[in-house]
Write a protein that binds this ligand. Structure first.
Ligand code: SF4
Length: 335
């Protein structure tokens, strides 16, 4: 019996040492495999915090990025993403309006850029019309801070990507949402490949790529790891991580919320896999993490969205700035 216990204790000790070594190596910049990344979910959150914080400091220093968005065109999207309040396939209370005026975007962006380093123009729907793209180009050419702008405006032809780039747009956002294997379970009206192709063409034209996902939609841990590896392969410069805020009337209105510690572990695993990318915590931070939201930075995030989301309110930017200050981190005036 004693011999058995000693063997068991020895095996457990070996497993601990192996895993700690893996995390330590990852924290020092070693690329991890999918299997290793998956096994990190079984570690204590403190261990993950150690590795992820070390990586954040190594690659990002003490600087925290803040971004902000405008929902520039809302609702009546013909796509059927199960989680989305703006899909015409769902009956929700989300606002419906066409592309807002350039004056409105200018007004909101000027205010937002007092606190944020990056301002995203987001529109619902598969794509914008050529006329709408021309309108955005006019705005970008005129705006003094257009190099702080990003756009999340669906699929774009090469011609429109080039036009927007010439007008001053630097960053293109297009989420993958989840893994390739799980994607058909959340959307049937377009393919993962179409999303990836849009990102690849923008990357080839020199755009900074902002692409991430949504968690808590029924995906497995393997789906999360697969998503992170796909984003790495695509060279995502910035990775927004959103956590489902179930909306009444959508197909996921009754989805069970993720636990805060699981969210923090997911953030840490993304930092460990994606190493140098910006890890930005966006939709669902306040509702899902509650009092633990400041811990996103210990989990390796180096940025967050502040001031509101597409169809839900967020926190007052002043509170987010205070939280960052209290953590003795600095706000990055990035673009
Ligand atoms: S996530 Fe985007 S593409 Fe999907 S339904 Fe919502 S607005 Fe449309």
């Amino acid at each position: 019996m004693l011999k058995c216990l000693k063997i068991y204790a020895g095996a457990a000790q070996n497993a601990m040492t192996t895993m700690n070594t893996l995390l330590l190596e990852a924290a020092n910049g070693k690329q991890v495999t999918k299997e290793e990344a998956l096994s990190f979910f079984e570690r204590d959150v403190e261990e993950l915090f150690y590795a992820a914080s070390k990586m954040r400091k190594k690659f990002k220093g003490n600087k925290i990025k803040i971004c902000s968005i405008i929902n520039a065109k809302s609702g009546q999207c013909l796509e059927d993403c199960k989680f989305c309040a703006q899909s015409a396939h769902h009956k929700t209370d989300a606002s419906v309006y066409p592309l807002v005026s350039n004056e409105k975007i200018e007004e909101v962006s000027n205010k937002a850029l007092e606190n944020a380093g990056c301002f995203g123009i987001v529109s619902s729907g598969n794509s914008l019309t050529d006329e709408e793209i021309d309108r955005l180009c006019e705005l970008l050419k005129k705006h003094k801070k257009s190099d702080h702008f990003g756009a999340s405006i669906g699929y774009l032809s090469d011609a429109n990507l080039k036009k927007l780039k010439e007008a001053g747009l630097k960053k293109l956002h297009h989420n993958l949402e989840t893994s390739e294997a799980f994607f058909p379970q959340i959307c049937s009206t377009h393919t993962y490949k179409e999303r990836k192709d849009n990102i690849k063409r923008a990357k080839a034209l020199g755009y900074e790529i902002c692409s991430g996902g949504l968690f808590g939609i029924g995906e497995t841990l393997q789906d999360r790891v697969d998503l992170a590896f796909t984003l790495k392969e695509l060279g995502a410069d910035s990775v927004p991580m959103n956590f489902l805020m179930p909306v009444k009337g959508t197909a996921l209105e009754n989805a069970k919320p993720l636990k805060p510690i699981e969210i923090l572990k997911t953030i840490a695993v993304f930092r460990i896999i994606l190493q140098t990318s910006d890890i930005m915590i966006c939709g669902g931070r306040e509702i899902n993490l509650r009092d633990l939201q400041s811990m996103i930075f210990f989990a390796g995030a180096n940025g967050t969205m502040s001031g509101g989301y597409l169809t839900a309110w967020g926190r007052n930017p002043a509170d987010d700035k205070q939280m960052i200050k209290d953590l003795e981190l600095e706000i990055d005036p990035h673009r």
